[in-house]
Design a binder for this molecule. Structure first.
Ligand SMILES: Cc1cc2nc3c(=O)[nH]c(=O)nc-3n(C[C@H](O)[C@H](O)[C@H](O)COP(=O)(O)OP(=O)(O)OC[C@H]3O[C@@H](n4cnc5c(N)ncnc54)[C@H](O)[C@@H]3O)c2cc1C
Length: 508
């Protein structure tokens, strides 16, 4: 029977950080990924850039290694003080390289079919009595009989000391019969409701501790609406899904000049030129020669920018009149304008990635992606008609997975709450230190949040299953309440969870 020190299921954001750290630590590591590439939300979901999470982050070795590897491949740029502007396609190659370098054994196109549980062989006082233990796993791959039939790990159970579930939706937890938090069962419902009600009343104490960002910036936060989570007596405990896409063949020089002129107060628009050839990329504020359309197209200059619009009120959105006109003329449907955000992509000098469309109240996964693709068609038509520089643009990539912000969260040894987060509670074994805001998107108007917070710490106990002693999680399925997850779900936090968890495990 094959034996590993650690098996990581899900080669996405948190899983890659965990696997790399484990491999580099000398642990015999197996990484199981159902797709044929690593990267998860970054590569399958086209989710770029990784947001910035403050200056005091810990467990950043993997992030730094990924930045360095992508830089070598021409797929990373530092923009607005954030190193996390990645190229999703080159990230696939960078992650292959990093796993090879760390000695991680990767199995693509595979998932876990069966988990064998037994009573804990050595009950540990740290984890409590009566816990179960994963003794082995069995892998399922559609390629069993052809491409991968030479590998005995696919045909018999594999033994492991530790399992980390980094599938995003806690797939291994489900196989183990673990309990979850989700939109139907919420650990901190009353408290979240209380905060939301106070917020609407505008109590001063609450405004101070729970204030919304007055100038939400796309380079600072995924969300963009300085508004409330309280919806006429109900708290929305789910976030809308999105299907991200990329358009190419954009004249970014023309677009950046036009959008900077249009969004004169620059509250949500940024744009800078970078010299990319012959030296390290740097901003136009240095001595870089001025870009021309040709130099941009030749890749000598890259323009980096971001801008946004949502249908929430309370902000003088520069793009609003264009969206209103397009809805009136039937080019867009009303719901298409609920959220619009674009970012340039490192190493793609004529492209932008869209953090939209959000799909409101789909009936099923199939309905969600079909609706999403129809919306992408309309948005691309809108961009070509209304945005300067997009005249000859085309849809070049559509994400091959639906962007899910929150779903199952494991019931862990410790349930991290928004109170812990906002009070900056300190823990003995923090795996994340971050100041990324509570970023909760809502399908309803004026109901999203992007709340500024001070540094907070996530304890490793929020990544431990409450029932299975050698099962851990990392990433968006951590043990946290809905609002705390809204802050912890972003990529730098997921990277830190994966890395910090493995550093903890290797000391056990
Ligand atoms: C629309 C959207 C926009 C966002 N925007 C940003 C942003 O701009 N910046 C930012 O920093 N964050 C953003 N986020 C958040 C962030 O990208 C994700 O929360 C984070 O990447 C999740 O990491 P993860 O490791 O938990 O899951 P993932 O990265 O999704 O990884 C899960 C992996 O597990 C694999 N898998 C799943 N099930 C199985 C199975 N049964 N067997 C084997 N493998 C399996 C998947 O294929 C995938 O590779 C956004 C999220 C969404 C949805």
């Amino acid at each position: 029977m094959a034996k590993y020190d650690i098996i990581i299921v899900g080669g996405g954001t948190a899983g890659c950080a965990a696997a790399y750290t484990a491999g580099k630590s000398g642990l015999k590591t197996l990484l199981i990924e159902k797709k044929i590439h690593l990267g998860g939300a970054i590569t399958s979901g086209l989710v770029v850039p990784a947001m910035k999470a403050g200056d005091n982050q810990i467990n950043t070795d993997f992030f730094n290694a990924l930045v360095a590897e992508l830089k070598k491949l021409g797929g990373q740029i530092t923009y607005q003080g954030n190193d996390g502007w990645f190229n999703p396609e080159l990230t696939k190659i960078a992650l292959d390289n990093l796993m090879q370098d760390a000695g991680v054994e990767v199995v693509f196109g595979a998932t876990v079919e069966e988990v064998n549980l037994s009573p804990s062989p050595q009950p540990s006082p740290q984890r409590g009595e009566g816990m179960k233990h994963i003794s082995s796993l069995k892998i399922l791959s559609p390629y069993n009989c052809s491409l991968q039939n030479c590998r005995n790990i696919l045909s018999e159970p594999i033994e492991t000391r530790y399992v980390i579930d980094t599938t995003g939706d806690c797939e291994i937890g489900k196989l183990c019969g673990c309990e979850f938090w989700d939109c139907h069962s919420e650990p901190n419902r009353k408290q979240i409701l209380r905060y939301a009600q106070n917020d609407v009343k505008g109590e001063e104490s609450n405004i101070n501790q729970y204030s919304h960002s007055p100038h939400p910036s796309p380079s600072r936060g995924e969300g963009a609406a300085p508004t409330h989570l309280f919806l006429g007596g109900e708290v929305a405990l789910s976030q809308p899904v999105s299907l991200r896409f990329i358009m190419s063949n954009i004249d970014l020089k023309a677009f950046s000049e036009w959008i900077l002129e249009l969004d004169k107060d620059r509250s949500v628009t940024t744009a800078e030129y970078y010299l990319t050839r012959g030296c390290n990329a740097h901003s136009s504020q240095t001595t870089a020669p001025s870009p021309t359309e040709k130099s941009c197209r030749r890749g000598e200059h890259e323009i980096h920018l971001s801008t946004a619009y949502t249908w929430d009120s309370g902000k003088n959105w520069a793009l609003k009149p264009l969206f209103d006109d397009a809805v009136e003329k039937g080019i867009l449907k009303d719901a298409d304008r609920n959220y619009f955000q674009i970012f340039t992509v490192a190493g793609m000098p004529d492209a932008v990635a869209f953090n939209c469309p959000r799909i409101l109240e789909p009936e099923s996964l199939t309905d969600a992606v079909q609706q999403g693709r129809q919306s992408i068609l309309r948005i691309s038509d809108f961009c070509k008609k209304y945005l300067k520089g997009f005249e000859n643009a085309y849809i070049s990539n559509i994400a091959d997975e639906l962007g899910v912000r929150v779903s199952n969260r494991i019931k862990g040894k410790y349930v991290y709450t928004v109170d812990d987060l906002k009070s900056g509670k300190k823990f003995e074994n923090p795996v994340v230190i971050s100041n990324y805001p509570v970023d909760v998107h809502s399908a309803k108007k004026d109901a999203s949040t992007l709340e500024k917070v001070q540094d907070y710490q996530l304890p490793v106990e929020s990544l431990m299953s409450a029932d299975i002693e050698n099962l851990f999680v990392a990433g968006r399925c951590l043990s946290a309440d809905f609002m705390a997850q809204g802050a912890l779900r972003v990529q730098p936090n997921c990277f830190a969870m994966g890395e910090g968890l493995v550093k903890y495990i290797r000391q056990l």
